[in-house]
Write a new protein. Sequence first.
Length: 190
Amino acid sequence: MNVLLPTLLLSLLAPAAVAADAHYTIDPAHTYPSFEADHMGISIWRGKLDKSSGGITLDREAGTGKVDVVVDLSSIDFGLPTLNDWAKSGKFFDVAQHPTATYAGTLDGFANGAPTRVVGTLTLNGVSRPLTLHIDHFKCIPHPIFKRELCGADATGNFDRSEFGLSAGKDYGFSMDVALRIQVEALKDA
């Protein structure tokens, strides 16, 4: 009986100690997926994608979470309209057929309640491939206006675009490596 009572009490209290996942909606006005790609080995072209959406589920105590992001490829911006039009055309992204890219991943490598990487899958041009993003900075604060938690991160990753069927320029010696630089902010749902 002396052993049974503490065990029973612990089993009743255990559900109260379990932390719940919190959901955050990505703020498209404060989220900036950008990229760098080689141009014939003589310069690096930089661009951004202006429209993205999605959500993050996070449980910092348990060290778990998920990320789901959709990027509108028609929002590509190199700062050069002619290049933007080419990238949207059937010669590259073919946004008429593949209007979005998606990324779904699991937050991983938690240290002091903060994830250090996202292990996931990028789907681009109808092709899905594994892609790990490294989280270089992660922080949550109370939003000064909305009075809900706001989390932000800076993440980086690299992928070979030819693995997604995007090999324009390969025959001319372009490197197929693309560097991603992503800043993201997400507000906890009410």
